[in-house]
Design a binder for this molecule. Sequence first.
Ligand code: FDA
Length: 324
Amino acid sequence: MSFADDVRLLPQRTMRSLLISLSHRRSLARLAVRSPLTRPVVARFVAGESLAEALPAIAALKRAGLHTTVDVLGESVTSPEHAAAAVDRYLATVAALSERGLDPNVSLKLTQMGLAIDRDLCRTNVLRVVEAVRGVGGFIRFDMEDHTTTDATLDVWRSAHEAYPQVGVVIQSALRRSSADVDAIIAAGGRVRLCKGAYDEPGSVAYRTRAAVDANYTRLMERLLLADAYPALATHDPKLIARAIEIVERNGIGRDRFEFQMLYGVRRDLQRTLLDRGYTVRIYVPYGQEWYPYFMRRLAERPANVGFMLRAVIKEETRRMRGK
Ligand code: FDA
């Protein structure tokens, strides 16, 4: 058995916690980003390192009938200058999408806008991006990061949503608090993207079993659909997707009253099937140089990805050494 297989056989939760803890390691990020070995594997999940590389991928999705939301990669920014640079990248992205007739729909993380430095600085930065999105009649969604940022994210979301209604936010079914958050967002007329949650959260705030996370997802999804709150059901889980279809069919909810969302490079077969059945499917398309933490969370979601990546890296390294 190879090293790649050994790693893949670690218990799933141990592997997930390990990968998520590695996702915070800046030294590893620097190493991975510079290494040509990781590139081909990363390319499956990330549409490019630059806007110029990402735009053809976004246009190809549009031609295939899929909608998109674009994420300019970056998070956990610690200097106002870096946060300002991230704002500029978003402004350029929104302008480019609109000029090319692509969906002016973006997703962003508040820690990229300076949330960890100062909440008001973050709010000011975010409102600049919101203004740009409003200028082209687009939509913007605030991703949700780990539970220590939930209150602040919802607070900034409220200000942004008051300024422009086409601002949505993400709720994670893994968190115990999410039921109350969903009710509050519905009451405020906001739009929710519902996902399971990509972070390794403690049992004090989160459900720790897959069954409990999925049961909460089903409850929240049903509430959002029945409230006619145009939810974005972000999952690749065929069981949850089947459950969503059952709920909408039983309640006569139109296909224009919600959408499915999936990640770039994940379950392309399922994206196609839903599209062929007449559902709206939006793909979350990340691009940028700061792909490391995003990529590590994708590995954490599916242990088989780790074996796949290690085998690709070992193969590439062997080829390189033989070539020397
Ligand atoms: P689950 O993990 O059970 O996977 C179901 C099946 O999907 C797997 O069996 C596998 O076939 C496939 N699959 C899932 N992930 C895969 C991967 N990485 N590689 C290959 N196959 C995979 N989270 C968060 O905390 N904050 C956020 O803002 C967002 N935003 C977001 C947007 C969109 C559009 C999506 C689809 C997801 C997110 N997420 C997120 C991530 C989300 O919380 C969750 O971690 C992943 O979607 C994986 O969970 P699933 O619901 O797909 O189920």
